[in-house]
Design a protein around this ligand. Sequence first.
Ligand SMILES: Nc1ncnc2c1ncn2[C@@H]1O[C@H](COP(=O)(O)OP(=O)(O)OP(=O)(O)O)[C@@H](O)[C@H]1O
Length: 299
Amino acid sequence: MTLRLNNVTKRFGSHVAVNHLSIEIPEKQIFGFLGANGAGKTTTFRMILGLLQETEGTISWNDGEIGYDQSHLIGYLPEERGLYPKMKVRDQLVYLAKLRGMSKTDSLKELDYWLERFKVPDYKTKKVEELSKGNQQKIQFISAVLHKPKLLILDEPFSGLDPVNVEMLKEAVVDLKESGMSIVFSSHRMEHVEELCENLCILHHGSPVVHGHLKDIKRSFGKKNVRVKADFDVQFLKDIPGVTKYKAFGEGCELQVESEEVSQKIFKELNGRGFVRTFNLEEPSLNDIFIEKVGASYV
Ligand SMILES: Nc1ncnc2c1ncn2[C@@H]1O[C@H](COP(=O)(O)OP(=O)(O)OP(=O)(O)O)[C@@H](O)[C@H]1O
C-alpha cells in the first residue's frame, strides 16, 4: 500500500498553505515531515485524511482514492489532542475502535496489550482527565493504532513527553513500521526524524525545499563538519580557505567545511603543532541542513 501525493496544492483564499507537493510513502516506511510553524504540515495531513479538499493535485492510496470513509484504514494522532476528558479510557477507546469497524472483544484485547506495553495497565478504568498530559498522549497514541490501521499519521507525537516515554513511543513506532504500516510523522525535533526516517521532506512556506532519502540529502548537501580537540590553540583553523563556520568550545572547535579536501588540509595543518586528542569528520546533521534551507525564518 503506497500513499502518493501528486503535485498537491492547497490555497486558503489567496494564501498558499501547500505548494506543489509530491511525495510517496510505501508500506513499511516512516516518512518524516519537517517545517517551521505554519509551513503546511497539518494542512497536508488534513488533506490526506479527507478533512480538507486539495485545491490542485491528487492524493491516492494504492492507486485508489483516499478519504474520510476509509477511516478504518487510517490512524491519526492530531496535534491538538482530542479525547473526552470525562470518559473512562476503556469506554472511550473501545467506542472509537468500534467506529472504525473493530469488535469489542478485539479492541479490549488490543487495549490490554498496549496498556501493558506502555506500563499503564491500571489506567484502563480511569477517566482521561485524571491522567497527566504525557499519559493522556500515550492513550491518544493507543487510540490512533488500536484498530490496526494501514496508514498512520502522527502530528508531533513526541511533544510534551519525558525521555523515557519518548523512547517507549519510538520503539512502538518502529515495531508498527516493521509490521507493515506506512507511517508519516511531523516533528520539530531533527534528531527524532534522523533516527526514525529513511525519507523525509522539509516544507518551507508550503513548498518542499528538501525531499528524498536522508543519506542522499546529506551527501548532496556537500558540506561536512569537523570536530577538533587539541592541547594547543586551534583558532588559526578558521582562516583556512573552505572553512565556512567556526565554533570554539572547551579544548577545541567545531568547523563546517566545504569539502572533504578542506578537512584533509586541516588535518595536515594540525600536524606537528602538538597533541591532537580528537579529529572527527562527520556528515552534516539534519539540523544543519534544516537551518541552511529554512534559515532565519525558523522560529
Ligand atoms: N482553515 C484555514 N484557513 C486559513 N488559513 C489556514 C487554515 N488552516 C491553516 N491555514 C494557514 O495555512 C498555513 C499552514 O498551516 P499548518 O497548520 O498546516 O502549518 P504547520 O506546518 O502544521 O504548523 P505548526 O508546526 O505550527 O503546527 C498557515 O499559514 C496557516 O495560518
